[in-house]
Design a protein around this ligand. Structure first.
Ligand code: ZN
Length: 154
């Protein structure tokens, strides 16, 4: 749901709130550097870029993180079909976006900040739970590195 709102650019980012006339800070809560726009949050921001980089690595991709439009295009290509790698990448994408927005909101309400590693651990667990019982033994064997990255062997 959150990912779909990001695609439509409907999340109430600080830049959108300012465009509606609200008097709020414009700085990104995750890095305190850039203006909080969709493009910054996904994934020009140092925090979100690192989280997506770690997620991509766990999915077996070693590459630089791209800007929002290019990441979205790449995801649309890579997540076609119902193979285990495509399913895991789809879940990683949705949960990474959700967890970034959630972490951002935690900071809005002054709650404790989490590190990239802590946020990744949480959404890794969500992905693992969503996949539990859905992965067949032959998929585990065929994609052992992927399963190990997402702790699916337990
Ligand atoms: Zn930022």
């Amino acid at each position: 749901m959150v990912a779909w709102m990001v695609v439509l650019d409907r999340l109430p980012t600080r830049s959108r709130l300012i465009s509606f006339g609200l008097n709020v800070e414009s700085l990104c809560l995750l890095c305190n550097r850039g203006e909080e726009t969709r493009g910054h949050l996904f994934f020009q921001c140092e925090f979100s870029s690192r989280l997506w980089f770690v997620s991509l690595s766990a999915c077996g991709f070693r590459r630089s993180v791209l800007i929002w439009g290019l990441e979205l295009d790449w995801m649309c290509c890579m997540t076609r079909g119902c193979s285990l790698p495509a399913l895991v990448l789809r879940l990683a994408w949705n949960d990474c976006i959700y967890m970034l927005w959630r972490e951002r909101n935690e900071r809005v309400f002054g709650r404790a900040k989490s590190s990239v590693e802590e946020v990744f651990k949480r959404f890794q667990e969500i992905v693992r739970l969503k996949l539990s019982g859905r992965v067949k033994q032959r998929q585990l064997l065929r994609h052992s590195a992927l399963c190990e990255s997402w702790d699916l062997l337990v």
